[in-house]
Design a protein around this ligand. Structure first.
Ligand SMILES: [Zn+2]
Length: 132
């Protein structure tokens, strides 16, 4: 796949994430631009049946220096070690970063989009209700 095609695919994946979570597209773009080798480390890519069904990663805290959160996102759910997710059980920005990373890895590695409509957990009450 050509590089420009990939960037178009990434753009539409980001739009889809913002719609699925009900958060502003600009906020998703901000989180996407936060992703770099210094801030996000991919720990594991879970492949099954020729598709990527989840990723595990660590995300550096933007506010607290030296703190990393561990995030797992997949077709059955999402977890993060930050307080917002552990205590309040809300979809935090690290999970959104995990979702972005998953979509991008799937596009780059397999040229396939992640079907967000399959992710039942995106629709649970409280998802996306953090003030992004
Ligand atoms: Zn978190």
């Amino acid at each position: 796949m050509q590089r420009s095609q990939i960037s178009d695919q990434v753009k539409s994946a980001l739009l889809e994430i913002s719609r699925a979570l009900g958060i502003r597209h600009e906020r998703v773009l901000d989180l996407y631009s936060y992703v770099s080798p210094e801030t996000v480390r991919i720990l594991d890519i879970v492949e099954r049946g020729g598709e990527i069904v989840g990723v595990r990663l660590s995300v550096r805290s933007a506010s607290s220096r030296g703190t990393w959160y561990y995030v797992a996102v997949g077709i059955y759910g999402a977890k993060c070690t930050c307080k917002w997710n552990v205590v309040r059980n809300r979809t935090c920005k690290h999970i959104v970063i995990g979702l972005i990373t998953w979509c991008v890895v799937s596009l780059l590695k397999l040229g396939k989009r992640v079907d967000l409509s399959r992710l039942g957990w995106l629709k649970k009450p409280g998802a996306g209700s953090q003030s992004f």
